[in-house]
Design a protein around this ligand. Structure first.
Ligand SMILES: Nc1ncnc2c1ncn2[C@@H]1O[C@H](COP(=O)(O)OP(=O)(O)O)[C@@H](O)[C@H]1O
Ligand SMILES: C[C@@](O)(CCOP(=O)(O)O)CC(=O)O
Ligand SMILES: [Mg+2]
Length: 354
């Protein structure tokens, strides 16, 4: 028997990094997914190992089940953070893989996999295939969608969860089970990010647009048809290091950074109310878009003061500004992706010309 799951990536419209320090942030899922296929071995497979296949990099990792069992003498089946001892055991299991240097960033994803698999499924031989439409390490939440899709596939084989068929024909988790998926995914994100806020796994698990603060989410339905251009600077970076860098700046300048985070909180709250308020006519869509553009510019300035911009991000900002378009980095920054709001008037003008 095989189970297949998928979970979307995301864009952060406002509040990245500050959300780690308790500010509100607003995020939306996007139509790019990570897919996980899980197949337990049958006696005829004669396989006594756990295999992880990563399609994009054509890498395959394998561990004898006896080795995994010996590495984790005691595991809890409820969402639990990886202890220092278990982290050491995982590091040893990952070290032996000799991951090629060019793909070394995958080590944290493989570690999260080992933690989620062993905790949720224990010591059963299986093959897990992961495919992703998301660029890894680019600010579009590949780490969270990987953890959510993985947790969903692993939990689907347990007795405690129930499903319904959603409008796209996928089996969908009920609210309580989705919460369990989200909690496990958060534990995976902790291994990859160090100190995640939980916004990425939450928006990936629940979809649509959410506003998020201190671990709790508010679902939103935007009254503005937001169209965002996503530009990938293709400069690789690592969320864990960037989050740690902001934390260090916070320690060096606590008073200043508290003001910065508080400004981001107000900004995200303003964005939330703009997105939520009813839009009666075309003019108010334009007015709302102008306000959102201004908030994006202000958020970008605040992100620069957190030290997470990059020369390539600045180039995208200057390029889009030439066309009077507002942009901001999305996700952890330091490279990665930049969002540019494409106003309705521009989309209509392009459609008219075509
Ligand atoms: N499909 C995947 N397979 C294995 N690891 C993955 C996958 N997607 C994400 N990861 C892990 O997440 C890391 C990227 O996460 P991160 O630095 O948070 O950037 P982002 O979440 O913006 O893509 C990768 O280096 C890898 O360790
Ligand atoms: C920087 C941060 O706010 C978002 C990171 O997103 P990403 O991993 O760059 O897609 C960190 C977090 O909220 O956990
Ligand atoms: Mg991430």
């Amino acid at each position: 028997m095989e189970v297949k799951s998928r979970a979307p990536g995301k864009i952060i419209l406002s509040g990245e990094h500050a959300v780690v320090h308790g500010s509100t942030a607003v995020a939306s899922s996007i139509d790019l997914y990570t897919y996980v296929s899980l197949r337990f071995s049958t006696p005829s497979d004669d396989q006594d190992s756990l295999k992880l296949q990563l399609k994009e990099t054509a890498l395959e990792f394998s561990w004898p089940i006896t080795r995994i069992r010996a590495s984790f003498p005691q595991l809890s089946s409820t969402p639990t953070s990886c202890s220092v001892e278990n982290a050491k055991a995982i590091a040893a299991l990952v070290q032996d893989l000799n991951i090629p240097e060019a793909n070394f960033g995958l080590a944290s994803g493989v570690s999260a996999f080992l933690w989620l698999y062993s905790s949720i499924q224990g010591f059963k031989p299986a093959t897990v295939l992961v495919t992703s439409e998301l660029p890894l390490g680019s600010g579009l939440g590949s780490s969270a969608s990987f953890c959510v899709a993985l947790a969903a596939a692993l939990l689907a084989y347990t007795d405690s969860v129930s499903f319904h068929v959603n409008h796209q024909g996928w089996l969908s988790f009920g609210e309580k089970d989705l919460e369990l998926v989200n909690q496990w995914a958060f534990e995976g994100e902790k291994i990859i990010h160090g100190k995640p806020s939980g916004i990425d796994n939450t928006v990936s698990a629940y979809g649509n647009i959410i506003s998020f603060k201190l671990g709790s989410l508010t679902h939103m339905k935007s009254s503005v048809p937001l169209k965002m251009l996503i530009t990938n600077t293709k400069v690789g970076r690592n969320t864990k290091a960037l989050v740690a860098g902001v934390g260090e700046r916070m320690l060096r300048h606590p008073d200043i950074m508290a003001f910065v985070f508080s400004a981001v909180d107000s900004l995200s709250n303003e964005l939330t109310s703009i997105l939520k308020s009813p839009t009666p006519d075309e003019l108010s869509v334009t007015e709302k878009e102008q306000k959102i553009e201004e908030l994006m510019e202000m958020n970008e300035g605040l992100l620069q003061s957190m030290g997470v911009s990059h020369a390539t991000i600045q180039t995208v900002l200057q390029t889009t500004l030439k066309y009077k378009l507002a942009s901001k980095l999305t996700g952890a920054g330091g490279g990665g992706c930049v969002l540019t709001l494409l106003p309705t008037s521009l989309i209509s003008a392009i459609r008219h010309r075509c």
